[in-house]
Write a protein that binds this ligand. Structure first.
Ligand code: NAD
Length: 485
């Protein structure tokens, strides 16, 4: 059982504190199925304290010179890099993802998030407009106040810092909530923030469930804006809670992303890229391409070679350095994956690879939540498995006959987060990219991220955009000053 030291507390007003109700939840390690720490099971009373601390810190932080805020945020980035091994290990234990992935992707990106916004605020410009010799206008971009930041479990530190960094850079103070399933790295980040000299109350982290803490953050009258990343069903609740108070809201939600492979593609690159986009982090990346469409003439070769390549992914203990496929985040998520594999069979699908749990990985991981990379073929495009987000290592592959047909297939879905297109034909790449309804289209690549570009989804994948200027705009209020000449 976890010891007293392994309790993950709230971070409010610069101090680690017990939750008001003194209740804790078990924090389960997905690779073992056993609790390895306990996390504060907070509620609205804790959110109240956090909001009050953030409100008290706002005047000082929002008036601090940009260069001073920048200096502290850059220091946080440096300390994340110094602690890379410790953070990557915590992230791997919390999520079940391979340590190598946490080390190469999640933690470096968390440092980049701080560095990016710490330097962006040193280079902002204000607009000015001259009105026909009558007046001139200039626009102030002011911080909003106390903002609420809520994130999911799949990329815990990466996504939470993608919100914290721009919010704080712009001069806001924050009440943040990581997922109750993956609380550890947010807590370690709080230690880093303290060491970096972040003033008390600028960042407050309240741990606990969405029902008790997330809902209290969205409903709190002094928390004026919400940046949320998570599932579409939860996003709807967040929107409903914020609407009556007209809060500014950014929603980054689920996906069911198409991955389109034309016969003229470089098939080696398309297969290698598609294996990554299908199974990275056990398919638990919102950007994973879970619906693969392949032009009919290349379909048999693609399915055979794709399944062969995916079968070679090394599944193992996430903490082993060579592991490429780790554990699913929770038993609930594992059950959901199994449910959809059964449903695929009922809907007429054939299992070309996987479809079941692996043999026990090792003694430590014998009760862990593992599932093999799974490829399903022969499903109708409009079936449930092809329309609903599974968020696990399960993808479908479907043939198509024309560009027009595959654009229709890609768009036949309520989600619109991201897509990939593999082709050597430049004109086709531009045409298809324009007509697929997703916030991002990758051509001959996947998950290449430039932090300056707008990021977000269309349709039920979300409202608003993050990244670069979009984030700086979200976390500030534009105020026009009009001066008569
Ligand atoms: P989730 O919606 O269950 O939870 C997300 C967060 O919201 C958690 O911190 C949770 O505690 C909190 N929450 C739950 N109920 C709440 C409520 N009523 N009010 C406020 N907060 C509440 O999502 P999840 O299972 O943690 O994450 C997986 C989902 O996130 C998938 O759908 C995935 O596609 C999506 N996702 C989207 C992006 C993106 O950028 N679009 C990125 C990563 C994950």
């Amino acid at each position: 059982m976890p010891t007293e030291q392994e309790k993950i507390r709230n971070f409010i007003d610069g101090k680690f504190v017990e939750p008001v109700g003194n209740r804790y939840l078990d924090n389960i390690e997905p690779a073992t199925g056993k609790p390895y720490s306990r996390v504060a099971d907070s509620d609205s009373a804790d959110v109240e304290l956090a909001a009050a601390a953030a409100e008290k810190a706002f005047p000082g932080w929002s008036r601090a010179p940009a260069v001073e805020r920048s200096r502290i945020l850059l220091r946080i980035a440096d300390l994340i890099e110094r602690d890379l091994e410790k953070l990557a290990r915590a992230e791997s234990i919390d999520t079940g993802k391979p340590l190598s992935l946490a080390r190469s992707l999640d933690i470096p990106r968390a440092a980049s998030n701080f560095r990016f916004f710490a330097t962006a605020i040193l280079h902002t410009e204000s607009e000015a407009h001259i009105t026909d010799g009558i007046a001139f206008n200039y626009t102030l971009r002011l911080p909003l106040g106390v903002v609420g930041l809520i994130s999911p479990w799949n990329l815990p530190l990466y996504l939470l810092t993608w919100k914290i960094a721009p919010a704080l850079a712009c001069g806001n103070t924050a009440v943040a909530k990581p997922s109750e399933l993956t609380p550890m790295t947010a807590s370690l980040l709080c230690e880093i923030c303290r060491e970096a000299g972040l003033p008390n109350g600028v960042l407050n982290v309240v741990q606990g469930t969405g029902q008790n803490v997330g809902a209290a953050i969205t409903a709190h009258p002094k928390i004026v804006a919400i940046s949320f990343t998570g599932g579409t069903v939860t996003g709807r609740k967040v929107a409903e809670s914020c609407a009556p108070m007209f809060k500014k809201v950014s929603l980054e939600l689920g996906g069911k992303n198409p991955n389109v492979v034309f016969a003229d593609a470089d098939l080696d690159a398309a297969i290698a890229g598609s294996v990554r986009s299908s199974f990275a982090n056990q398919g638990q990346v919102c950007l994973c391409g879970s619906r693969v469409f392949v032009e009919r003439s290349a379909y048999p070769e693609f399915v055979e070679r794709f399944a062969a390549a995916a079968s070679k992914l090394k599944m193992g203990d996430p903490l082993e350095p060579t592991t490429e496929q780790g554990a699913i985040v929770s038993s609930t998520q594992l059950e959901k994956v199994k449910y959809y594999v059964d449903l695929a069979k009922q809907e007429g699908g054939s299992i070309a690879l996987g479809g079941s749990a692996p043999d026990p990985i090792n003694e430590r991981c014998q009760n862990g939540y593992f599932f093999r990379p799974t490829v399903i073929t022969d499903l109708p495009v409009a079936c449930r498995v092809n329309r609903e987000e599974i968020f696990g290592p399960v993808i479908t592959i479907t043939p198509f006959d024309s560009e027009e047909e595959v654009i229709g297939y890609a768009n036949d879905c309520d989600y619109g987060l991201a897509s990939s297109v593999w082709t050597q034909n430049l004109n086709r790449a531009h045409r298809v990219a324009e007509h697929i309804h997703t916030g991002t289209v990758w051509v001959n690549c996947w998950m290449v991220r430039d932090l300056r570009v707008p990021f977000g989804g269309m349709k039920q994948s979300g409202v608003g955009r993050e990244g670069g200027d979009e984030a700086l705009r979200f976390f500030t209020e534009p105020k026009n000053v009009c001066i008569a000449k």
